[in-house]
Design a protein. Structure first.
Length: 221
């Protein structure tokens, strides 16, 4: 069986890459990294060797190239059914798919105003009415998932799932920008930050040694 490969951008900045990387790392799905630095003259051309969109991530399985984050997650769930990448219970699985799809397409204000930057800290930056509405929705969602469906573990649906991998970038953003969700949402955020996959990504983001001013100069100290 051919070894999987994952095409990613900078670990410190690429939230889309992070979702697939966190998912595969948590579930110990072996893969080779193909990393391309973002915002370089040859970035798009380099990624287009693997992905028709010129965007990351892209999963490579032999001749098969899968270039959408949600499609990658669904493919891995089918390829590794014994890993239970989605919750086992039907109702929990339906809600997990709903919140994952909401993350995939939503929270635009927060993404724009609080760009990913794992290794820096910008407390209280990026706030505004639209961002605060996104934060309120996230807090309510996390509290609801943990309260109703989170028994048996520390994550949204108890055990780590695709949904948690999709919300890892929000967890890192909250940590960077000093957002502290309340109640069960707060304990969920701390459990995520303490998880081995997120800890590993944070270490590697801190040491990758490639800075991008488009991110780092957004909110100068």
């Amino acid at each position: 069986m051919a070894r999987l490969s994952l095409v990613i951008g900078n670990k410190n900045y690429s939230s889309w890459s992070m979702r697939a990387w966190i998912l595969m790392t948590h579930f110990r799905i072996a893969f080779d990294e193909i990393q391309t630095w973002l915002y370089q003259p040859d970035t798009e051309a380099s990624i287009k060797r693997y992905s028709p969109t010129g965007l990351v991530p892209c999963l490579i399985d032999g001749p098969l190239h899968i270039w959408d984050t949600l499609a990658i997650a669904e493919y891995l769930a089918e390829k590794f059914p014994n890993e239970n990448l989605w919750p086992a219970a039907r109702d929990a699985r339906a809600i997990a798919r709903s919140v994952t799809a909401e993350m995939h397409s939503g929270f635009g204000a927060l993404r724009r105003s609080m760009p990913m930057n794992i290794r820096n800290r910008y407390p209280c930056k990026g706030r505004g009415d639209e961002v605060d509405r996104d934060i309120a929705r996230l807090e309510a969602m996390w509290n609801d998932c943990r309260r109703r469906l989170g028994g048996g573990g520390d994550f949204l649906f108890g055990q780590f799932s695709i949904a948690d991998a999709f919300y890892a970038p929000i967890v890192f953003r909250f940590n960077t920008y000093g957002v502290r969700p309340r109640d069960l949402a707060g304990t969920y955020m701390q459990a995520m930050l303490a998880s081995p996959a997120l800890q590993k990504l944070a270490r590697e983001a801190a040491s990758e040694g490639h800075a991008l001013s488009v991110y780092d100069d957004r909110y100068p100290a």
